[in-house]
Ligand binder design. Structure first.
Ligand code: SF4
Length: 308
């Protein structure tokens, strides 16, 4: 994760997952809020006792993508120089049923190469040594990886391992990637098809790529979603990956994110109560959430009442 003092915020799926499925990574000292437009959730980290950091998101949303170069101070760069967020692309060409990208981050488009590099150089000049690419999906991009490799910065990405060749994984590691979060979701073709992953590789091939990536990337994580996979098969697979240094989570129940096909199938087009409805639905059904989660998330009405 980037610098713990940097504010985490955004409309990105990963962050939403973090809130609902991995709250310990968010921590008890954080609050879950709706953003100003009521379209997304925002995680606000209490970096100093009594102080909340928050960043409205609507400006970034309204600007054209090519205009999105932001000063380092607005990207989470802290005085200690640890980390910041950056974006190489927006959207994703896939349409997984659980992914909340339909409303604002559907179509895949890259930001201009020169803009990304100028932004990255600005961050490095400001003392940043780690960036997290907040792209919905960080796709292989040789030109970008070669440029990042020439710079003194490490980075983390979220991607699909099935889209990477061994050669490109080598380049990813050589470029300074220290963290990969890869959505595998299910260990069967049927499970991946149910989630509409459109994954062309076998589970064995996915496994080999994850383990291969670990040769050059220090942290590799495979995400699993509860999709009907046999529990013993999942445990065996997790052990196999763990033995190779790759972490895979205990499958987490699906959350019907507003903006995802799953939400639309259940309730149609999201309205003003979409997030309340989705969180209530989730909490009503699942007593056990993520394995790394001790606390139970509170309902949004309770959080809003608490924050006044
Ligand atoms: S691959 Fe699927 S889960 Fe990942 S960003 Fe694309 S649609 Fe979302």
């Amino acid at each position: 994760m980037p610098d713990a003092r940097a504010q985490l915020g955004g409309e990105r799926l990963f962050r939403r997952r973090t809130v609902v499925q991995h709250p310990r990574r968010v921590g008890e000292d954080q609050l879950l809020e709706r953003d100003l437009l009521g379209e997304a959730l925002q995680v606000v980290r209490r970096s100093v006792p009594g102080e909340l950091r928050s960043r409205p998101l609507e400006l970034a949303r309204r600007r054209a993508q090519s205009e999105l170069a932001r000063p380092a101070s607005e990207q989470g760069a802290s005085e200690s120089g640890a980390g910041a967020e950056i974006e190489a692309s927006r959207g994703c060409p896939y349409h997984c049923t659980f992914c909340a990208k339909e409303n604002f981050r559907d179509r895949y488009r890259r930001r201009p190469f020169a803009t990304i590099l100028a932004e990255l150089d600005g961050l490095i000049a400001a003392g940043v040594t780690y960036v997290y690419f907040i792209d919905e999906i960080f796709l292989p991009w040789r030109q970008l990886l070669e440029a990042v490799a020439a710079r003194p910065v490490q980075f983390g990405v979220q991607t699909r391992i099935d889209l990477w060749s061994r050669e490109m994984l080598d380049l990813l590691g050589a470029a300074g990637c220290v963290s990969i979060e890869a959505g595998v979701e299910s260990l069967t073709h049927e499970g991946r098809d149910w989630l509409e992953k459109h994954c062309k590789l076998s589970t064995q091939a996915l496994t080999e790529l994850l383990i291969y990536a670990k040769r050059t990337v220090p942290f590799v994580q495979a995400n699993l979603i509860a999709s009907g996979d046999d529990a013993e098969m999942v445990e065996r697979w997790r052990d196999e990956l763990r033995n190779a240094g790759v972490w895979a989570n205990d499958p987490v129940p699906l959350f019907p994110y507003p903006g995802s096909p799953d939400y639309r199938r259940l309730w149609g087009v999201p309205d003003d109560n979409a997030w309340e409805r989705a969180v209530d639905y989730y909490l009503d059904r699942y007593a056990k959430l993520s394995e790394i989660q001790d606390a139970r998330p509170r309902r949004l009405a309770a959080l809003e009442a608490h924050s006044g």
